[in-house]
Design a protein around this ligand. Structure first.
Ligand code: GLN
Length: 191
């Protein structure tokens, strides 16, 4: 299993380490030629979504990656990565990939609660979740499955081969989110 991690900004190194810990292969995506070869999944890390969006445009990565996602490449977006996938951003900011039928609210927890760790149920299992100036999902379309809720707000969702979390699974020891993502990849490879 070979997984490309968008590495233009943000917490990509932590995702690469987490993927490698699980025994899969990870590589950095920094420019269009990095995605010439074969890969089975894509991770969009946390960071600053406005900066990533700008760099994706400038580097010529936005369209080719969007095409891959639209044609079914399994993708995991965390925090800013979730914002990149969202079809709508609360406040009217232009979307990036816009492939997931969700509306997100950025920096949704205010200054006081900007960063925190909590325990919540993700797809039926209690896991630690670390939030850093996180978004939440304020609206989700019919085809979107809600996987986790914190404080009444949706914080993890899945739609087809797209998985998104408002928290940072790469910054905790729990591998539940990755296991779900690898399961989605295995299923897409078998199909
Ligand atoms: N606040 C960031 C944004 O809006 C997301 C924060 C993160 O990825 N940790 O893009």
């Amino acid at each position: 299993m070979r997984i490309g991690v968008l590495a233009v900004q943000g917490a990509f190194a932590e995702h690469i380490a987490a993927v490698e810990r699980s025994g899969a292969e990870a590589f950095e995506i920094r420019q269009p030629r990095d995605i010439d070869g074969h890969f089975d999944g894509l991770i969009l890390p946390g960071g600053e979504s406005t900066v990533m969006k700008k760099l994706l445009h400038e580097l010529g990565l936005l369209e080719p990656l969007k095409k891959r996602i639209e044609s079914g490449l399994p993708v995991l977006g965390t925090c800013a990565g979730m914002i990149l996938l969202a079809k709508d951003i609360d406040g009217g900011e232009a979307p990036c990939f816009g492939t997931m039928d969700i509306t997100v609210k950025r920096n949704a927890y205010g200054r006081q609660l900007g960063s925190f760790v909590c325990e919540e149920i993700f797809a039926g299992k209690d896991i630690a979740m670390r939030f850093i100036r996180a978004p939440y999902v304020s609206e989700a379309g019919e085809r979107v499955e809600v996987l986790a809720v914190h404080d009444g707000k949706t914080v993890a969702v899945r739609q087809g081969n797209q998985l998104a979390a408002a928290f940072h699974p790469e910054l905790t020891d729990d591998s539940t989110v990755y296991e779900m993502f690898f399961g989605m990849i295995a299923k897409s490879l078998a199909a």
